[in-house]
Design a protein around this ligand. Structure first.
Ligand code: CP
Length: 303
């Protein structure tokens, strides 16, 4: 496999290898010198057509920790604004002897399209509402770290499933690792495809939280909505937001996750996001090791 376009294209053995490799890189990242010389001969372009904080910085750091040369491209400050196409943009970047492209793009399937038209190895850093494979890998890795394993665990993904690439990649990853998955949210934000994936749907947040070991709270993706999918934000928060009183009312401790960015006070209150049950910042920390593993393993296929 030369690309990472989606979890859908991976096998269980790929996930196991990525996690084993990430374990090694977590050890590296715990050392005083957090850098290895593995990819001194690799040049990577991070090209972002959508805003990002975590994914972009995490990829850049992962690449630098592996000693790769890195260039960063932001569409907003580029000649894309003058009408240059995606393929022309990437081919121009590749002509500067770039080996790998990490791309975030608002269009679902943009990475797949690019992989069919250019010679470099492509890593999908989020394509519209389609997939966000490295997010799902770091999410599952963080569950494994907190609970010992992913297999057999009950995970509920809460919120705007319809517009979420995190949800789809998480569903594929968690199912492949043997977890039981449910989604929970307003009927208008649960896509039809969930039925075909064999996952449960819950419309009552408290029931979903009572069932699960892990709750992954998603942000409402207003930027992908062309209409209102629920009455008001306050109404959404009342029905699908998690707060400390709700968390404390459960019979057992569950693990709280969020891919970020958080809308504090909407899908999650600060006292939950910052509680000891939350692994939100562990997710971000693990993102570097996971992305080091992904880049290292892909580089071995192209060198
Ligand atoms: N989780 C995530 O993709 O965050 P960013 O949009 O900040 O990269």
């Amino acid at each position: 496999v030369r690309h990472l376009l989606g979890i859908k294209y991976l096998k269980r053995s790929d996930l196991d290898l990525i996690f084993e490799t990430a374990d090694h890189f977590k050890e590296v990242l715990a050392r005083p010198i957090k850098k290895v010389p593995s990819l001194r001969d690799l040049t990577i372009a991070n090209i972002f057509f959508e805003n990002s904080t975590r994914t972009r910085l995490s990829f850049e750091l992962a690449e630098k920790r592996l000693s790769a040369d890195v260039i960063n491209f932001s569409a907003a400050q580029s000649s894309v604004r003058k009408g240059e196409t995606l393929i022309d943009t990437v081919n121009n970047i590749l002509s500067m002897k770039v080996d790998m492209v990490v791309m975030r793009h608002p269009n679902p399937g943009a990475g797949i399209f690019l992989s069919n038209h250019v010679k470099a190895s492509i890593v999908n850093a989020g394509d519209g509402a389609h997939e966000h494979p490295t997010q799902a890998l770091l999410d599952a890795y963080s569950i494994r770290e907190r609970l010992g394993e992913v297999g057999g665990k009950k995970v509920v993904i809460v919120g705007d499933i319809l517009h979420s690439r995190v949800a789809l990649s998480n569903i594929f990853t968690l199912q492949m690792l043997g977890a039981e998955v449910k989604v929970c949210g307003p009927r208008t934000l649960i896509p039809k495809y969930v039925e075909s994936l064999g996952i449960g749907v819950e419309y009552d947040l408290k029931r979903a939280l009572q069932w699960c070991d892990v709750a992954n709270m998603l942000r409402i993706q207003n930027e992908r909505m062309d209409m209102s999918y629920f009455p008001t934000t306050r109404e959404y928060t009342r029905q699908f937001g998690i707060n400390k009183a709700l968390l404390d009312s459960l019979e057992r401790e569950i693990v709280i996750m969020h891919p970020g960015p958080i809308n504090r006070g909407v899908e999650i209150t600060s006292d939950v996001a910052d509680s000891s049950q939350s692994i939100i910042l562990n997710q971000v920390e693990n993102g570097v090791a996971i992305r080091m593993a992904v880049i290292y393993l892909l580089a071995s296929k192209i060198k």
